[in-house]
Design a protein around this ligand. Sequence first.
Ligand code: ADP
Ligand code: MG
Length: 254
Amino acid sequence: MLETDSVLRVVDVSKSFGGVKAMRNVELELAAGERISVIGTNGAGKSTLFNAIAGVFPVTSGRIELFGKDVTRLSAASRAKLGLARTFQTSRLFEQLTAAQNVFIALGGSEFTGGLLRLARRNPERWARVDRLLDRVGLAGRDEQVVADLSHGEQRQLELAMALALQPKLLMLDEPAAGFSPAERAQLVRLLRELPQEISLLLIEHDMDIALAVASRVIVMHDGAKILEGTPDEIRTSERVREIYLGGSIHDAA
Ligand SMILES: Nc1ncnc2c1ncn2[C@@H]1O[C@H](COP(=O)(O)OP(=O)(O)O)[C@@H](O)[C@H]1O
Ligand SMILES: [Mg+2]
């Protein structure tokens, strides 16, 4: 495999918070264009893995490589510059601005002067990109709505548009369907499946249906460790996964 084919490599990574071992000896590899889901019940260590890759905090041990480069000691901002985009579980949108203005800002069309955020209005090319991004995430026609008037689902779609505005090589999403209606879930799955092939995807998702629908490979975490890795079919039929997910059918989740 060419060095450039490797998008992400997590090597023997552990993370402790005080006495809590949130993640132990996790290994993960993602090649260009690949889509991986990480599943697991609450407290499994999914968000810890996600944040370790994004560079939100330093890991306790192990190594993280992005695009063939050791980024273990790099800041989140430096990792973003390499081509990693992520959305946040808590919203980071400008509530009083419109959907279009938020995406415009994500595209770099603003500056702070005199304590005020100013949008560079005369940039038709950039506004056209805003339209295309809103269209892609299913928000065409909602561009003039202020964020506060968007539904929860629409706000998450908007966050996705803002992440895509960065033209990432690797997109990471942490439970993007949290709080979604069934219709919004179906739309999210469609949207993720339609992402350009060159964007690699690491999806953290508690919802089994979504996780298995968009990934070619699934990683199961439990108690801070990776306990299983396989194709969606292997995961769907795994006894171990069934046990972990409340001992019930994993096909039930709507
Ligand atoms: N900042 C933190 N400080 C202390 N403990 C944490 C912190 N973040 C996560 N943990 C603990 O690490 C474990 C894994 O959490 P997390 O990665 O958030 O799981 P998941 O995202 O799979 O629900 C949990 O026991 C959680 O309480
Ligand atoms: Mg989490």
